[in-house]
Design a protein around this ligand. Structure first.
Ligand SMILES: C[S@@+](CC[C@H](N)C(=O)[O-])C[C@H]1O[C@@H](n2cnc3c(N)ncnc32)[C@H](O)[C@@H]1O
Ligand SMILES: Nc1nc2[nH]cc(C(=O)O)c2c(=O)[nH]1
Ligand code: SF4
Ligand SMILES: [Mg+2]
Length: 219
């Protein structure tokens, strides 16, 4: 018990790469991937982060982050907000002057996240198998500093994302609405054509790191 310091975290990996997703795509970024997730999305590319990982003190995480020459930090998982100490981690990273993004499923409340963090809330689509976990009330607290993502597996998911975009006026509420194809499940060109046909005010997101390096951990 005493070895689990008040501000310790279970960490799957800390790595330096190009941001492959969302608004900051292409920017050198340090990724902090926290272990554990209560969801089981059908397409999850990070199942290796469900279990295991290393218990680290917050200060140890900060030291590792500082060892890389990046200004941008992305906290992800697993589901990062499933660990209560994710909140002090985010605050500490902001205090150090980093530009911080948080990738979250939106299955937990996002209102206690430091307001300097750009929250990237992934609204789970029907084909993810986890649509029932979406906390739609999270959308009320998002601002232009935040982002909403849909990972789209098929035409039904696209239709649901288009409906949700309109129903919650997402383009007016947040800074970026991202439509991403589920990797190797839906072609990016197909998704691009649907977006163009409907003239949707959203940004097509293609996972840049997978184009560069493939579907591997640590990139
Ligand atoms: C691994 S999750 C971790 C953060 C959080 N659990 C979540 O789901 O947002 C990070 C992002 O990767 C996306 N992702 C996972 N597997 C994917 C895949 N096969 N194709 C496209 N995006 C994927 C998720 O939907 C999420 O937006
Ligand atoms: N390069 C790179 N960019 C990313 N952006 C979000 C990621 C994630 O797994 O949450 C991710 C990732 O795993 N790698
Ligand atoms: S919520 Fe994120 S980490 Fe969890 S299963 Fe879904 S995509 Fe994977
Ligand atoms: Mg990833």
């Amino acid at each position: 018990m005493t070895s689990l310091s008040k501000e310790s975290l279970r960490v799957s990996e800390i790595f330096y790469s190009l941001q492959g997703e969302a608004r900051d795509s292409g920017l050198p970024t340090v990724f902090v991937r926290l272990t554990g997730c209560p969801l089981r999305c059908t397409y999850c590319d990070s199942e290796y982060a469900f279990y295991g990982g290393e218990r680290m003190a917050l200060q140890q995480v900060l030291l590792r982050v500082r060892s890389h020459p990046a200004h941008h930090i992305c906290v992800t998982g697993g589901e990062p907000l499933a660990q209560p100490n994710c909140l002090p981690l985010l605050e500490a990273l902001c205090n150090e002057g980093y530009s911080v993004t948080l990738e979250t499923s939106g299955a937990m409340p996002v209102d206690s996240v430091d307001s300097r963090v750009s929250r990237v809330v992934d609204l789970k689509t029907p084909a993810s198998g986890e649509q029932h976990r979406n906390r739609m009330e999270n959308l009320q607290v998002l601002t232009r500093h935040d982002q909403v993502k849909f990972v789209i597996c098929n035409r039904e998911d696209y239709g649901w994302a288009r409906f949700t975009l309109d129903r919650y006026r997402l383009s007016e509420r947040v800074g970026e609405v991202l439509f991403s194809p589920s990797y190797k499940q839906l072609g990016a060109r197909q998704l691009a054509e649907w977006i163009l046909e409907d003239g949707l005010p959203v940004r097509l997101q293609i996972q840049l790191h997978k184009l560069l390096w493939g579907d591997l951990p640590g990139v």
